[in-house]
Design a protein around this ligand. Structure first.
Ligand SMILES: [Zn+2]
Length: 280
């Protein structure tokens, strides 16, 4: 994020990710609390990437049904001097062209594609596409010929049938949290490309019958709501209730890393009693 020095607000949000918290109370069981951090939601933030991957995995799991699926990998030929933005535009344009072909339309009814970006010192940027396609058998040689026609120079593709839903989920989401090569961050130009060229670029493409599938929709549980007295108990200690005092202890425990944010806290459980219990 050094490359983002000229974008101070984004950098500050990134650096502050997870440093402040919000208390949530369970409306069905008011003895149940959880404390969640405020996130920066930056694409390059490892903590936020992990959380986003879990959201996508959960929504993908719901979206998959009893149809037949295939996992397609489409790679793009690149040279070490290619700019990331140019490669990304080429990849998405070629994939759009592929989806317009009759061969694709007659075999694939919908799906989702994840763009993975890798970089290595010898080869430079290497964006490629992992696609979960719903539909019929897609012969490897046919996909290879089509992809070569759409890209003009790339013919390395892979096709495999999905036998188990959990394999499809793992295949699609394992790339979402993969860290970048450490050496990349030592090169200001490359890091700037990653920070700037990815801005407003879609790295997850839903298409066909999957076009409106909300893969990034957060899981809203109506049983939880923000605890609105949080600010009040921080500022006026005299009015605190026993629950408020317990929450002070819990927030303290999170700040000291004795408790993980997001963990369910049941104040009716004697071991969570901040005055007599041993945990947190
Ligand atoms: Zn973050």
């Amino acid at each position: 994020m050094r490359a983002a020095a000229t974008r101070p607000r984004r950098l500050q949000r990134f650096l502050d990710c997870g440093k402040t918290y919000r208390v949530w109370i369970n409306t069905k069981n008011p003895a149940l609390f959880k404390v969640l951090p405020d996130y920066c939601h930056d694409r390059l933030c490892p903590a936020c990437a992990k959380r986003r991957a879990l959201t996508i995995r959960r929504n993908l799991d719901r979206a998959l049904n009893r149809h037949y699926y295939r996992l397609l990998t489409l790679t793009l030929r690149s040279s070490p001097t290619d700019r990331l933005e140019t490669l990304l535009l080429r990849l998405t344009a070629a994939f759009k062209t592929l989806r317009r072909t009759l061969a694709w339309k007659t075999r694939v009814s919908g799906g989702v594609a994840f763009i993975e970006l890798t970089w290595n010192p010898a080869g430079g940027w290497h964006p490629h596409l992992h696609c979960l396609a719903q539909g019929r058998f897609f012969p490897h040689h046919l996909l290879k010929d089509l992809w070569l026609r759409c890209t003009g120079d790339s013919k390395i593709v892979d096709v495999r049938a999905v036998t188990r839903q959990r394999d499809a989920l793992a295949y699609c989401t394992k790339y979402l949290t993969k860290p970048y090569d450490e050496a990349l961050w030592d090169n200001t130009d490359l890091a700037t490309q990653l920070v700037d060229d990815l801005r407003s670029k879609k790295l997850i493409i839903t298409f066909g019958s999957w076009r409106k599938t909300p893969l990034l929709a957060p899981d809203r549980n109506p049983d939880w709501r923000p605890y609105k007295h949080e600010a009040a108990f921080m500022s006026s200690l005299a009015k605190l209730t026993a629950t408020d005092l317990a929450l002070c202890f819990l927030l303290d425990a999170i700040h000291d890393n004795r408790l993980n944010p997001g963990e369910l806290i049941d104040l009716s459980d004697p071991k969570n009693d901040p005055f007599t219990g041993h945990s947190p």
